[in-house]
Design a protein. Structure first.
Length: 288
């Protein structure tokens, strides 16, 4: 297991620490670059037959920047926008997006389309014209996701060896969600319907059940054998999902896996700075 910086490790273990033990990139604005200031760009990204909504938080400075793409959960009430802002302060671009049928993106929500949408976002950022306009270093793209977004991240990264790394934050194995009784999957879906369009809890459950085997984390493990991973878990009952994936990828020889557990809830409600510090420290540790 790789070791985080002392600051990150301490922050994750303690509720309060002196400010100097937290990376300055977390809470200190960098000097303003008047020629190339930080900015925000609204994106409309082709996916399927529609264009999904996205936002690019673009770092200050000339030239291309490494970029973190963030995938939200189900339905995505916690979008980790504070994390996106902190990553930008640290010199990385951050891109967020909403799946088809979620949070105003056109189309109907489907789990399978979430995977397609994530791949479409990466393709959009790698397009030469888009990469130039947004200042994207296409050789340094990292995908990260929270909850269901961690599932999207695992399966997308498994199919995309061009990613520089992947981050799972309190990840939920949606394949496991479809492996139990259908009634349980319906209840899960019914409790997460806000902001979703064109779908019913029953449709969501049936899709999970039909694709359970192929959507489990163990199906993604072979494709992650060479991908640097940051796996962050919390006290939400989902840690075994990520721990199982970590065991599988390590068994396949992946020695580039960092695992951190925090004493907090699913949304990292009282460990937001710790989350930012862990992510930024790991991103900065990646080889250029």
């Amino acid at each position: 297991m790789r070791i985080l910086t002392l600051a990150a490790a301490l922050v994750l273990c303690a509720a309060r620490l002196p400010a100097q033990q937290v990376s300055p990139a977390i809470y200190t604005d960098p000097p303003r670059d008047t020629a190339h200031p930080a900015r925000m760009q609204v994106l409309h990204i082709p996916s399927g037959a529609v264009r999904i909504n996205g936002v690019a938080y673009l770092a200050a400075g000339a030239g291309a920047h490494p970029t973190l793409v963030l995938a939200h959960g189900l339905p995505g009430n916690e979008k980790n926008l504070d994390l996106a802002q902190a990553v930008r302060r640290a010199g990385w671009n951050a891109v967020t997006f909403n799946y088809r049928g979620s949070w105003g993106s056109p189309g109907a929500f489907r789990f399978g389309q979430n995977l397609e949408d994530a791949a479409a976002v990466l393709a959009f950022l790698r397009d030469t014209a888009n990469a130039r306009a947004l200042g994207i270093d296409t050789a340094r793209l990292v995908l990260g996701g929270h909850s269901m977004g961690g599932w999207v991240t695992a399966h997308t990264a498994a199919r995309d060896p061009g990613l520089r790394g992947a981050i799972l934050i309190s990840a939920a194995d949606m394949g496991l969600a479809g492996s139990g009784p259908r009634e349980r999957a319906v209840a899960l879906a019914a409790g997460n319907m806000e902001s979703l369009a064109g779908v019913t809890p029953e449709q969501m459950a049936d899709e999970l059940v039909a694709n359970a085997a192929g959507w489990r984390f163990d199906a993604a493990a072979p494709g992650l054998a060479a991908t640097p991973l940051l796996v962050l878990t919390s006290n939400d009952g989902l840690a075994p999902h990520s721990e199982s994936l970590v065991r599988l990828v390590r068994a396949r020889g992946n020695q580039q896996v960092t695992v951190v557990h925090a004493d907090t809830d699913h949304g990292w409600s009282d460990r937001r700075i710790a989350l930012q510090d862990a992510v930024i420290g790991w991103l900065q540790s990646l080889a250029p």
